[in-house]
Design a protein around this ligand. Structure first.
Ligand code: HEC
Length: 168
């Protein structure tokens, strides 16, 4: 019985190990492929954006991109989202999904953001956007947050579609 449990545990570890490897390999390949010329990433067409939106997990698949764009207007004074876009008061956000906080090229982050160990996904972003200072006390993002939950859904759907997110 004990032996069976051990074998099972070892199998589980092997499977987890494999899938983690697969993921890491895929991500770094994608990075290498797009790294030399980030500005050359083609802008997705409206049709491609709608396909990407529909492929997002609920509730983001029904996000209102037009409203997301409107909500993003408050972020624009500090952030660009295009490939190779400038860091301003805040970092460029292109390619942020699946990447660790505090890793946009050439941007000087606060210690708390640099120390974060999660990767940006919809859930973390939702908490961050609700109140950056509650989520990461000590952040230098001086922004009070997007209070309306539906506005955050629309904004996150918009950011996924605009910042090069690829569903796995
Ligand atoms: C007043 C300027 C300002 C506004 C407005 C602002 N931000 Fe930021 N943002 C920052 C700064 C500064 C940082 C870096 C935070 C740090 O290092 O503590 C940041 C960091 C971030 C990060 C983390 C990026 C990374 O690479 O880890 C995300 C995501 C983000 N902002 C999204 C948004 C969104 C979406 C909005 C609009 C709802 C927004 N921000 C509005 C200044 C701003």
């Amino acid at each position: 019985m004990r032996r069976l449990a051990l074998t099972l545990a070892a199998t589980t570890v092997a499977v987890i190990g494999l899938s983690a490897c697969g993921k890491a390999g895929g991500a770094s390949e994608a990075e290498t492929a797009s790294a030399p010329a980030p500005a050359a990433v083609p802008e997705p067409t409206e049709g491609e954006k709608q396909t990407l939106l529909a492929a997002l997990p609920a509730p983001y698949n029904t996000g209102d991109l037009a409203n997301g764009k409107k909500v993003f207007a408050v972020c624009k004074s500090c952030h660009t989202i295009v490939p190779g876009g400038a860091n301003m008061t805040g970092p460029n956000l292109y390619g942020m999904f699946g990447r660790k906080p505090g890793t946009a090229e050439g941007y000087k982050y606060s210690d708390i953001v640099k120390a974060a160990t999660f990767t940006w996904d919809a859930d973390h972003l939702d908490q961050w956007l609700a109140s950056p200072k509650t989520f990461m006390p000590g952040t230098k993002m001086t922004f009070m947050g997007v209070k309306d939950a539906k506005d955050r859904v629309d904004l996150i759907a918009y950011l996924k579609v605009e910042t090069g997110y690829q569903p796995h």
